[in-house]
Design a protein around this ligand. Structure first.
Ligand code: GTP
Ligand code: MG
Length: 370
């Protein structure tokens, strides 16, 4: 297996060599700056220093460190990724449906849209917006737990006739914890006697100060069923996207997150993935979670075959060896050998985690042997 010297590892993390030696010592590894350590140990050190391990293949010490990302010139604008959240029955699905009907591209394609967990709409201005339709908060929580950050902003749907409810509060805390900006959509304003002002007051108690009350959170009063102010909501989304200045490098190996997955009787494992960096192409060899395979076909949310998928585009991919877990990361790799190595590495890590969880449940190893 390949190794990396302590000095080289320290350089890549922009850390002092001595600090890395000390951290290794604490882990029970004696090494000097010029000595080499294996990939597993290097990975632990990288995590200990608070960096993210992007890709670690056994026999291939590839440690992606926050900061060694694409340079400015590589980056091109990409569509915002938006998640709609809110309390039960406040109109999330209705709003998504209404926004989807406003999709110019859907009409061009003949209007047959299939339900996948994420889709991209082309809004009347010609800009593109990707929506993630996570079934409830569970999926969002699962993704966050795996460290996946997929969404650029949250549209918080609050029904004007019901106001701030438990799941509204939960959504606010999720968005805040993830550091993601919120746009409030006060829905069902077509209902007689509703008081949107009351919703704004209630939001204040959760430290959401909307613009009309002098704050910084955009709020739009909408009706999903009557299609009122949907254009204003889209405008708010594109404005927020502009502020965030969302960019990605399309000219590199694809990387992203599994949004959902299932085993299809005829087609085998099917995964909906969101490309976040690079461009995914049919024929690419990918590792998704602990599964891998060659991308046999890709379909967009309108069930059209696509050959390429760039940043912010969600696609269904066929060809994986198994069904990856939603929230897992996926990467395109150079060949099957590398894919197999990463897949084995991840499978082993997964097993170790499971064993660790069991052991923790039972007490220490010594207790078990006693
Ligand atoms: P869950 O997925 O169960 O959490 O609900 P949801 O938030 O997706 O709500 P959904 O879109 O299913 O809407 C719930 C009910 O509210 C349905 O009966 C909708 O017809 C109704 N509804 C949604 N939006 C509006 C609106 O703008 N005005 C009115 N009057 N009714 C609405
Ligand atoms: Mg719904």
């Amino acid at each position: 297996p390949e190794t990396i010297t302590v000095q080289e590892l320290a350089n890549r993390m922009a850390a002092r060599g001595g600090e890395v030696v000390k951290a290794l010592f604490r882990m029970g590894v004696m090494a000097t700056l010029t000595q080499s350590i294996d990939a597993d140990t290097a990975e632990l050190i990288v995590q200990e220093f608070g960096h993210r391990v992007k890709r670690v293949a056994e026999g291939d010490v590839e440690i992606g460190i926050e900061g060694d990302e694409d340079t400015d010139v590589d980056l091109e604008p990409r569509a915002p990724v938006v998640t709609i959240m809110g309390h039960v029955d406040h109109g999330k699905t209705s709003l998504l449906d209404a926004l989807r009907k406003a999709d110019v591209a859907a009409h061009e394609a003949g209007g047959i849209t299939q339900h996948i967990g994420a889709y991209q709409v082309t809004i009347p201005t010609g800009q593109k917006v990707t929506f993630i339709d996570t079934p409830g908060h569970a999926a969002f929580t699962a993704m966050r737990a795996r460290g996946a950050s997929v969404t650029d902003m949250v549209v918080l749907v609050v029904a004007a006739d019901d106001g701030v409810m438990p799941q509204t509060i939960e959504a606010i805390s999720h968005a805040k914890a993830a550091g993601v900006p919120i746009i409030v959509a006060i829905n069902k304003i077509d209902k007689p006697g509703v008081r949107p002002e009351r919703v704004k007051q209630e939001l204040l108690q959760h430290e959401i100060v909307v613009e009309s009350l002098g704050g910084e959170t955009q709020e739009i009063e909408v009706s999903a069923t009557q299609k009122l102010n949907l254009d204003k909501l889209l405008e708010a989304i594109t404005l927020q996207a502009e502020i965030l200045d969302l960019r990605a490098n399309p000219d590199r190996a694809a990387e992203g997150t599994v949004i959902e997955s299932r085993l299809d009787r005829g087609r085998g494992p099917v995964a909906t993935v969101l490309v976040q960096k690079g461009t995914l192409k049919t024929g690419d060899i990918v590792v998704a979670g602990a599964e891998w395979g060659r991308v046999r076909a890709m379909l967009d949310d309108k069930t059209r075959q696509v050959k390429e998928a760039g940043p912010s585009l969600p696609v269904e991919i066929l060809g994986l060896s198994g069904v990856p877990t939603a929230g897992e990361n996926f990467v395109a790799v150079k060949d099957e050998t590398q894919a197999r190595e990463i897949s084995e590495f991840r499978t082993r890590k997964l097993r170790e985690k499971q064993v660790a969880a069991i052991t923790a449940g039972r007490g220490s190893l010594a207790d078990m042997l006693a």
